[in-house]
Structure formats: structure tokens, C-alpha cells
Design a protein around this ligand. Structure first.
Ligand code: NAD
Length: 250
């Protein structure tokens, strides 16, 4: 099936964690739809290969750790010297290890929450003022069905993603009188590298809960993110959009 191409001409989109997986597919669809795209990722090797493979003059990238506010702020200032950031996709994330809460490594717990939740906060904190100045913005925060349901043996990840949902609801309301939309999406499992961080049994358990009976395809996810990021989305904000194949019916 052909995917819808949106009109993202004259728009600049920033995708965090865009070197691979969901973020990369979103970046590709934005580029195909006429946007300028900036990818921020912490993995320099994969980022370099991705940028080389895409070979697109509308694409630029930086190695950024979204948990480091100073780094995020410096890179934001660098971009906004020449461009508006119209679209922000807070997609960088890790699942961390699969373990019950009472055995969870203390540092890993903090790290998982830091990347998923504080990373999203840092990018919004740094970029929203420029969107306010331009009276335009579309922000999509990538949460997870884990943030709604709470996955056993993934407490840090579930907390980080639940936090993103709360942040989205607050920020969306704070910006509702402007042409800025802030929404969260809650995907079920898709076959990206992130699945390697979990045990096979955990992944199988996740899949068994999905009435559609299969993994989410990255292109299906991108389609939802693109509509939420488009000018066409003039009303929906502070909301949580489910894409869990029937798993979470609320
Ligand atoms: P992925 O591992 O393929 O991609 C995640 C990217 O984020 C990687 O390129 C990684 O280098 C980058 N990243 C990690 N820490 C970072 C940091 N501190 N700063 C900047 N970049 C960083 O995983 P994915 O499946 O594409 O995941 C994308 C998002 O989707 C994540 O937030 C994830 O939690 C969410 N998600 C994924 C699934 C799934 O099953 N794939 C399901 C629900 C939600």
C-alpha cells in the first residue's frame, strides 16, 4: 500500500533517536514529504552510517545526549540561528533490563527514566520557547503502551513512559491557546533494535497481549506520527494516541 505523503515543505523537523528504528523511518517520511530534517542521536557510529546512506541535502544531524540539558540547549541555539524548529519528535528511548523492581539495578533504573522522561523534558524545555515565538509547533512524544498498562519486569520503562504521558497532558494544556499541538503516542511492540534489550520471553509475553496478533510495523507507526505532526492537526492536543493493535482500549 502506498503511504500518504504529507506536505511538509517549508517545515523543519527535529527527530531525537532518529539514527535507526522508528525515528529513522519518521525522518525518511518527513524528507520524502519535503521537510528539512535534523536527527539527534547518541550513537555516533549508526548516526554517521544513516546520514551517509540517506545522502540527502535536507538532512543534518548532531551527536546529542538528550539527558544532557546543556548539550540540548547549545544545539537548539545553533539550529535556531538559521531555522525555526516546527516539529519536534521526542523519540529517543531505551527499555533497560528485564527484571522485577526489587532486583532492578539502581543506576539502570535512573538511566532508563532519565533517557525516556528527562530527555523528553529537556528537549521540550529547550525548544518550546522558539515555537512560542513563531506561534507554530507540533510535538509528538513517543511513549509506549507500557506507560498505560505498566509492564511487569519493566518498572523503570513503564514509569518513564507514564511520565511522558503526564508531561504531554500538562504541556499541551499550557500551549493550547497557541498554534502548538503536543501529543503522545503509545505503540505496542515493533521489531526494532530495542527488542534486543529485553528477554525473548518478555517480548513473547508482550506480543501475546496484542489482539491483532502481530508486531506493529514501523511504517504504520510513522503514519500516525506524521498526521499528528502535520498542519492538518489543528485541534488535537494534550492527548494520547493509541497504536497498540487493540491491547489498550482506553
Ligand atoms: P531503537 O533502539 O531502534 O532506537 C532508539 C534510538 O534512540 C537509538 O538510535 C539510540 O541510539 C537513541 N538514543 C538512546 N539514548 C539516547 C540519548 N540519551 N540521547 C539521544 N539518543 C538516544 O528503538 P525504537 O524501537 O526505534 O524506539 C524508539 C522509541 O519508541 C523509544 O522511545 C521506544 O521506547 C519507543 N517504543 C518502541 C517500541 C518497540 O517495540 N520498538 C514500542 C513502544 C515504544
Amino acid at each position: 500500500m502506498d503511504k500518504i505523503i504529507y506536505n511538509f515543505k517549508n517545515k523543519t523537523a527535529l527527530v531525537t533517536g532518529g539514527a535507526q528504528g522508528f525515528g529513522l523511518d519518521i525522518a525518511k517520511r518527513f524528507l520524502n514529504s519535503g521537510a528539512k530534517v535534523i536527527i539527534w542521536d547518541i550513537d555516533s557510529k549508526i548516526l554517521e552510517k544513516t546520514v551517509k546512506d540517506l545522502n540527502n541535502s535536507n538532512l543534518s544531524s548532531s551527536i546529542v545526549d538528550v539527558t544532557n540539558y546543556k548539550e540540548v540547549e547549545n544545539c537548539t541555539n545553533e539550529i535556531t540561528k538559521n531555522l525555526n524548529i516546527d516539529i519536534l519528535i521526542n523519540n529517543a528511548g531505551i527499555t533497560g533490563p528485564t527484571a522485577p523492581l526489587w532486583e532492578y539495578d539502581l543506576d539502570m533504573w535512573k538511566k532508563v527514566v532519565d533517557i525516556n522522561l528527562m530527555g523528553t523534558f529537556n528537549c521540550c524545555r529547550s525548544i518550546v520557547p522558539t515555537m512560542i515565538k513563531n506561534n507554530y509547533g507540533r510535538i509528538v512524544n513517543v511513549a509506549s503502551v507500557a506507560g498505560k498498562d505498566g509492564n511487569a519486569n519493566a518498572s523503570a520503562y513503564s514509569v518513564g513512559k507514564a511520565g511522558i504521558i503526564g508531561l504531554t497532558k500538562s504541556l499541551g494544556k499550557e500551549l493550547a491557546d497557541k498554534n502548538i499541538a503536543v501529543n503522545a503516542v503509545t505503540p505496542a511492540g515493533a521489531k526494532t533494535r530495542i527488542l534486543d534489550q529485553m528477554t525473548k520471553e518478555h517480548v513473547q509475553r508482550m506480543l501475546s497481549k496484542v489482539p491483532r496478533g502481530r508486531f506493529l510495523e514501523v511504517e504504520e507507526f510513522t503514519s500516525l506520527v506524521c498526521w499528528l505532526s502535520s498542519e492538518e492537526n489543528t485541534f488535537s492536543t494534550a492527548a494520547v494516541f493509541d497504536i497498540s493493535g487493540g491491547r489498550s482500549t482506553y
